[in-house]
Design a protein around this ligand. Structure first.
Ligand SMILES: Nc1ncnc2c1ncn2[C@@H]1O[C@H](COP(=O)(O)OP(=O)(O)OP(=O)(O)O)[C@@H](O)[C@H]1O
Length: 577
């Protein structure tokens, strides 16, 4: 249990940061508790005055009770505001921190973790934390104070009845603890079904076109309904356990209280213990508080446990090392050379993806990587970008070994257009500049060179039109041209194009290629392309086969000397011819 609550350390720095709010929340909480605890005393005053038929005393009693009630209202509202503020603030800070951290994780981390699971941590886990800080913690603390205060006043009111109460307490608490544990296990089970159904729905909806094309709808409905029904069965068991728990608490607590009060009332009648009717009223008030506090504590206990799980997952995530290391030299020259580079992906340790790959790509020249699918071409780009660092051999950029370069410096010198042209749900302009500061002229020049200027003119708000999932949907070719504009405006010294024009028609591709030639003339350009026509003019072509360099040279040289290259060329001539 100590371990479970260990995860609450996540909140400590945040509570320190917002200490004035915490102090005010605690003050308000204690104030509200004090007013609450004063109420049974007022009952005693009123009952005593009523029994003594003292009207003046009775009126004062009611007046003070009214004031106490008012004070209780104001203090409770103040506590609610402060505590809810803290909950919202904490979750806002945690979400920002988690998002920043996630965007800085390395590629291996993303290979190992599903995106759905990560976004669920970002939203669901932090929401649980918010519930805890904004509600459960304060409920727990309030009821704990109420429990302690009531116990003290209970003893002060009547030690005799309190001792009786103590004797019956284990009979009430033991079965409640047993049922609460059972309930917790069952609620974990139903949570698991919720997660499973969420993951499945996410997957199906994101692949909706494949679902429709293969008429997978009916099977998908069956699968989803199956999981939901399982979840319902688990929830039914959980709510049944909860109902048992409620009955148990109610019956046991009320019986215990009735028994104690019965004995107390008897004691008033016999007059042995010096108890008065007012004492019984006050005692009753505090015992109601105790039972209410116990019930509330058992209620929030589960929430506190669940949030503890969520917090330990957040702590684990924040503890993962981030990718970018900013120490190291900056780039000055931009020739690239791979020397005997071998590489294995961390999650596929049995396959040698690159095997002693050596080649050079010079500044001011275009170097092409060709080879059949899976040969390792994109992997070479990933190593150049520093996405994976545990390769053998050496990668030189300029005069430096790439491991000695600062990762952010290296990446700011590279413009990458990968074969998945990602579009963010924001304006076209923001999609092109991606947070960079560029003049209007630079943006216009980039969209012209990438051949999307005519398309932009047709959009309702031009460059400020929102595109992507929340706005105008772009075709594959339009997306690719936005990605190219992104690379052009970056004006980086190294340009990596991975199938950057494969979704374009021949005429557009031709127009863009000649525009790019001008834009990238002085840069170190590396191109991956399946269509040989795209790379025939390259200054240097590297032919890869199953992770090895099979041959390299110019188009003309390779046609003569590389069987694989000749085969690819022949097949493509046949296909296009
Ligand atoms: N993140 C990864 N984890 C494990 N294996 C991977 C990962 N990415 C790629 N691979 C594997 O590495 C091999 C080379 O992939 P790579 O993407 O470099 O090939 P490619 O030559 O660019 O192929 P294509 O032309 O189809 O894009 C493939 O067998 C692929 O399955």
């Amino acid at each position: 249990m100590v371990n479970r609550f260990h995860s609450y350390r996540l909140l400590m720095p945040l509570f320190v940061q917002y200490r004035w709010h915490v102090v005010q929340a605690i003050l308000a909480l204690f104030l509200a508790s004090a007013f609450t605890l004063a109420l049974p005393m007022m009952i005693k005053e009123i009952v005593t005055a009523a029994v003594a038929e003292d009207l003046a005393q009775l009126q004062t009693g009611f007046l003070v009770t009214l004031c106490v009630a008012l004070g209780l209202g104001v203090a409770s509202a103040y506590r609610f505001y402060m505590v809810s503020w803290l909950g919202e603030r904490v979750v806002a800070v945690l979400r920002q921190r988690l998002f920043i951290h996630l965007t800085r994780m390395n590629s291996t981390f993303f290979d190992q973790n599903q995106i759905g699971e990560l976004t669920s941590r970002l939203i669901t886990d932090t929401t649980l934390v918010e519930q805890v800080v904004g509600t459960s913690l304060s409920v727990a603390l309030r009821n704990f104070v109420l429990l302690l205060g009531s116990a003290v006043f209970l003893f002060m009111t009547s030690p005799y009845l309190s001792m009786l109460m103590l004797v019956v307490t284990p009979a009430v608490v033991a079965p409640v603890i047993y049922f609460a544990r059972k309930y917790r296990l069952l609620s974990k089970e139903s949570q698991a079904f919720i997660a499973e159904s969420n993951a499945y729905a996410n997957q199906v909806l994101s692949l909706i076109e494949t679902v429709r094309a293969y008429q997978y709808e009916a099977a998908a409905h069956r699968h989803f309904s199956g999981v939901i029904e399982e979840g319902f069965r688990a929830s039914k068991k959980r709510i049944w356990a909860r109902s048992q728990l409620t009955v148990m608490i109610m019956v046991l607590v009320i019986s215990a209280m009735v028994a104690v009060l019965w004995l107390g009332t008897l004691a008033v009648f016999t007059g042995d213990s010096g108890l008065t009717a007012g004492d019984i009223g006050q005692f009753f008030g505090y015992s109601v508080y105790i039972s209410v506090a116990v019930a509330a504590l058992s209620e929030v206990w589960g929430d506190l446990m669940r949030a503890s799980g969520a917090m330990s997952r957040i702590i684990d995530l924040l503890a993962q090392p981030v990718d970018v290391q900013d120490s190291g030299a900056d780039l000055k020259a931009y020739d690239i050379s791979f020397d005997g580079v071998s590489f294995i992906y961390p999650l596929r340790k049995n396959i040698q993806i690159l095997n002693k790959v050596s080649f050079e790509a010079q500044a001011g020249k275009v170097t092409a990587l060709v080879g059949i699918s899976g040969a390792g071409k994109s992997t070479i780009f990933k190593l150049l970008m520093g996405f994976y660092k545990h390769y053998e051999g050496s990668i030189q950029v300029g005069q430096s070994d790439s491991t000695e370069l600062s990762t952010s410096g290296l990446r700011s010198s590279i413009a990458l257009v990968s074969h998945q042209a990602g579009i963010f749900p924001m304006s076209l302009r923001e999609n092109i500049t991606l947070g960079g500061n560029y003049t209007e002229e630079a943006v216009l020049a980039a969209i012209k060179m990438a051949n999307i200027d005519a398309f932009v003119e047709m959009l309702p708000d031009g460059l400020d039109t929102v595109v992507g999932e929340r706005g105008v949907l772009l075709s594959e070719g339009q997306r690719q041209r936005v990605a190219l504009a992104r690379a052009i405006i970056r004006d980086a010294d190294i340009v990596l194009l991975d199938e950057a024009t494969n979704a374009l028609d021949a005429i557009t591709e031709e127009a863009i290629t000649s525009a790019l030639k001008g834009a990238f003339a002085k840069k170190t350009v590396l191109v991956i392309a399946h269509r040989l026509a795209t790379v025939m003019d390259a200054d240097h072509i590297v032919v890869l086969d199953q992770g090895e360099v099979q041959a390299q040279g110019t188009h003309r040289y390779l046609l003569k000397n590389s069987d694989i290259y000749r085969d690819i060329a022949n097949i493509q001539m046949i296909i296009s011819g």
